[in-house]
Design a binder for this molecule. Structure first.
Ligand SMILES: [Zn+2]
Length: 226
């Protein structure tokens, strides 16, 4: 099974416990559908030859280690799944599977590409929970980088300059997040408008902020940047 089919299967299999977990971090059913979130019910099969080295065999081994974990797909702009993050819903622990040949850049949430292209707007967070709460409260296209940087002078920068006119930055408030913010602000040199969203004064990220202040306050803070 390839990663794209696997993500569809995981999304179809999502259980009430996993939905509750997403909701406890500020996301909703609509976001679960938009971001194709799921859970791993069973290990998937190896390839016919059981070669152990192809992506199908590697995905099989990876899936067997992450039964019952939630899945956050990393999607390219043409809609294929280039990676999957599996995260435990009972402890802070995650592991990311990436396919070996990645022709295009991908993010958590790039299934929204048509909306991104149409509006030119993109909210950018670091983690999946952050992206889902921002999407729910703003109703606008949102992605998670899944790392704290867009990198510089690479295909990620090309993606932003090609598809996005306005970027709302909601990275984590730690040192790494601040560094990442600098690399996004450098997009200004490529004609992209960048807004530094002041979503908190004391929390680490948007999802933690939501836990502390709730819908109304966080929504007001996010939209005051627009
Ligand atoms: Zn194989």
């Amino acid at each position: 099974m390839n990663t794209t089919d696997f993500v569809v299967e995981c999304h179809t299999n999502i259980s009430d416990r996993h939905i509750e977990y997403v909701q406890s971090r500020g996301g909703g059913i609509n976001e679960i559908n938009i971001f194709k979130v799921g859970c791993i019910k069973t290990k998937v099969d190896e390839c016919d030859k059981n070669c152990k080295v192809c992506d199908e065999c590697k995905l099989s081994a990876w899936s067997s280690r992450h039964i019952d974990k939630i899945t956050y797909p990393i999607i390219s702009y043409s809609g294929s799944v280039i990676g999957i993050q599996a995260r435990s819903i009972v402890k802070k622990e995650y592991d990311t599977f990436m396919i070996s040949r990645r022709p295009e850049v991908g993010f958590f949430g790039l299934g929204q590409i048509d909306e991104i292209f149409k509006t030119g707007i993109l909210w950018v967070a670091e983690g999946p929970a952050d992206a889902m709460v921002i999407r729910r409260l703003t109703g606008q296209p949102t992605i998670a980088l899944m790392t704290n940087t867009i990198g510089y002078k690479n295909d990620r920068v090309k993606f932003f300059t090609r598809f996005v006119k306005k970027v709302y930055v909601c990275l984590d408030t730690d040192q790494a997040g601040k560094e990442g913010k600098k690399s996004i602000i450098s997009l200004v040199d490529h004609g992209v408008e960048v807004f530094d969203v002041k979503y908190t004064s004391s929390q680490k990220d948007p999802a933690d902020t939501w836990s502390a202040v709730g819908d109304e306050v966080l929504k007001k803070r996010l939209l005051s940047s627009v």
